[in-house]
Every structure is written in structure tokens, then in C-alpha cells.
Design a protein around this ligand. Structure first.
Ligand SMILES: CC(=O)[C@@H](O)[C@H](O)COP(=O)(O)O
Ligand SMILES: NCC(=O)COP(=O)(O)O
Length: 243
């Protein structure tokens, strides 16, 4: 069974649109857990356009499953993570104004920076995952920098899957994901995945990356919840993650 961490960013986008507290994202997080989520993910960005730093602080005592905070390790982000102490921190190489995450780390170029950041987080007892493109040559750098896990950036997979709907087995990119996963497992790194995973493309990914420990899903899941309701939607995603 692969764990489902629900990314609640987009519920905060909706709340922020009116300036009030509807929907109440603390209640959303608690309900996601009641409905079967194995974890809650947030990705606070510097402009706080969805999840705010204050939300992260308020969520921590309420999340009873696994709390995963994602983001670029700026000083402000690291101070927040070290204060809140989630179960997992996922480091993403996003520049401040980016629309959404669009690439993984170059673990060779940023090795010494990653080593220092990861060392600090691990010393505080926080599991660290780093966002990675499906590139085998970047896996070793994740390990030497001290990461526990990699999170495979599935944006390119989702796009290719969408364009090749009838024959997903022919996805050219997929070998890169498989090879990256095999290499990670060989050297003792666990594997998460995320970005643009949805009800169409999730099962194929899960079946072909059997080492997959956890997926974090937000945007598509929130869109599906508009049609199917939050409880049904979470259960639909969970069914795609059974072994
Ligand atoms: C790392 C990753 O893929 C997700 O955290 C994604 O970037 C969500 O962020 P947004 O909700 O800001 O798009
Ligand atoms: N780490 C990926 C994540 O949290 C959610 O990404 P998305 O489903 O919103 O694209």
C-alpha cells in the first residue's frame, strides 16, 4: 500500500479569495484524515498565496497522521520547519515567484547547500525528502547530501501520460522513472512522488514503481472533490494505491 498525503494548498487558495475563513483549512485537514488520508502536505510559498506560515503553525498540533511541509529552504522556511517539526520536510528548488514546482534538484551543483540544510533538519529529527527529476545521475547526490527519500517529480510523466492515453506502456519517459527508482532503492533511499498525479495516471505509476512509499496529491484531488465530494474522492485515490 502506498500512502496518500493530501496537499491542502488549493483549499487555502479558495479561502484566501474572500479574505475570511471559508473553507476552514484546519477542519479540511482533519476531515481529510477522517476520510482516509495518510498524511497532510502543505507547500507554503514566500507570497503566502495559499498556505500561510500561520496555517502551518496551527496545523501542526491538529494533524494526527504524517505532516509533510514542502518548499524551498530559505531561512524563513527553515526557521518555520524547525519550529513546527513535521514528520517530513520535502525540499523543492523553487524560485520565489514560480507558478508551481517545475523541476527537481541538481544534487551535484547544489551538493554542499543541500548537505548543510539536510544536516540541520535531520539533527532536529525531521525526515527529509528531496524533489528530483527522473534522472539517475542525480540520485547518488541525494544520498550523499543525507536525504532519506526522494520525491519523483511527476509533472512530465503526467503530461506524457495525458498525450499518450491509449498506450501508456509506450511512454518514452517511463524508463527514466523506473531506473531512477531502482537506483534509489539500491542505495537505500525511499521513494515518494508527486505533481499532477490524478485519477487517470496514478494507478499506472503505482503499478510500475512498486517501491513507491507515498504520493502527495493536491490540485487534481481538489478539482475531483468538486464533482465527487471530498470523502469519495479520497477513497477513490486510495483505491488506486493498493498493492
Ligand atoms: C512540490 C510539488 O510538486 C507540489 O508541492 C506543488 O508544487 C504544489 O504547489 P502549488 O500548490 O503551489 O502548485
Ligand atoms: N508534492 C506534490 C504535491 O504536494 C501536490 O502536487 P499537485 O497534486 O498539486 O500537483
Amino acid at each position: 500500500m502506498t500512502k496518500l498525503s493530501v496537499n491542502i494548498n488549493k483549499f487555502a487558495t479558495l479561502r484566501n479569495a474572500r479574505g475570511g475563513n471559508l473553507p476552514d483549512i484546519l477542519k479540511v485537514a482533519a476531515d481529510c484524515e477522517t476520510f482516509g488520508a495518510d498524511g497532510i502536505t502543505v507547500h507554503p510559498r514566500p507570497d503566502e498565496r495559499h498556505i500561510r506560515y500561520r496555517d502551518v503553525r496551527e496545523l501542526k498540533p491538529l494533524v494526527t497522521t504524517e505532516f509533510n511541509i514542502e518548499g524551498y529552504p530559505s531561512k524563513e522556511f527553515l526557521d518555520l520547519v524547525l519550529e513546527v517539526k513535521p514528520e517530513q520536510c520535502t525540499l523543492v528548488p523553487d524560485p520565489p515567484g514560480v507558478l508551481t514546482s517545475n523541476t527537481g534538484w541538481d544534487t551535484i551543483q547544489h551538493q554542499s547547500f543541500l548537505k548543510e540544510v539536510i544536516g540541520t533538519l535531520k539533527a532536529a529529527g525531521i525526515r527529509v525528502s528531496i524533489f528530483l527529476n527522473p534522472e539517475v545521475d542525480k540520485v547518488e547526490g541525494a544520498k550523499t547530501a543525507g536525504a532519506d527519500r526522494i520525491e519523483l517529480y511527476t509533472g512530465p510523466y503526467a503530461e506524457e501520460y495525458h498525450n499518450a492515453l491509449t498506450q501508456p506502456q509506450n511512454l518514452a519517459l517511463f524508463n527514466d522513472y523506473k531506473n531512477t527508482a531502482v537506483k534509489a532503492t539500491e542505495i537505500g533511499l525511499d521513494i515518494n512522488a508527486g505533481h499532477d498525479l490524478n485519477l487517470d495516471n496514478l494507478r499506472y505509476f503505482k503499478l510500475h514503481i512498486p517501491q513507491l512509499k507515498e504520493v502527495s496529491i493536491g490540485h487534481a484531488l481538489v478539482c475531483d472533490a468538486i464533482y465527487f465530494g471530498l470523502e469519495n474522492t479520497i477513497q477513490m485515490y486510495k483505491r488506486l494505491l493498493v498493492d
